[in-house]
Design a protein around this ligand. Structure first.
Ligand SMILES: [Zn+2]
Length: 131
C-alpha cells in the first residue's frame, strides 16, 4: 500500500495533475517571477495575486533525505526514501517527495535527480530518481 493521496485544492491542483502530461508545474508570481512552493495564491515576496502554475525543469539536487523503515500504516511498503530536492529553477525552491532507486544506499546529499510521476486515481504523484 502506498502513502495516502493529497487533497486537491485550487492552490495545488496543477502541482498534482500536470504529471499527466509529464510536466512539473510550480506556482510562480507573474509580477516578480518568484517560484512559490508549497503553492499559494499570493506571492510571499511582493504580495501580488497574479500567480499561476509555471512549467519547471523537473531537475534538481538532493538537499537532504531520510529513509523510512517504520510501517506507519498497514501494508505500507518499507523501506522508502523521502527527499527534499532543491529545484534547479530557483535557489531555495524545494520539493519533498519520494526518491526511488534500486539501492537506497546510493542516495547522497548533492546528487542530481529528475522528476517522474506515478498515477494514482486522478493524481499524478511526483517522485524523483537519481540521474
Ligand atoms: Zn511576486
Amino acid at each position: 500500500m502506498p502513502l495516502p493521496l493529497p487533497e486537491i485544492t485550487p492552490e495545488n491542483e496543477a502541482y498534482w495533475t500536470a504529471g499527466e502530461r509529464g510536466e512539473l508545474r510550480i506556482m510562480a508570481c507573474k509580477a516578480c517571477d518568484h517560484r512559490i512552493n508549497p503553492p499559494q495564491l499570493v506571492c510571499p515576496v511582493c504580495l501580488s495575486r497574479d500567480v499561476a502554475p509555471m512549467l519547471a525543469s523537473g531537475r534538481g539536487t538532493v538537499h537532504t533525505f531520510t529513509i523510512n523503515r517504520q510501517q506507519w500504516i498497514p501494508d505500507l511498503e518499507v523501506p522508502y526514501a523521502l527527499a527534499i530536492v532543491d529545484l534547479d529553477d530557483q535557489p531555495g525552491v524545494r520539493i519533498t517527495a519520494q526518491l526511488r532507486c534500486d539501492d537506497l544506499a546510493d542516495i547522497a546529499i548533492g546528487k542530481p535527480v529528475s522528476v517522474a510521476f506515478e498515477q494514482r486515481e486522478e493524481v499524478f504523484v511526483p517522485y524523483f530518481t537519481l540521474d
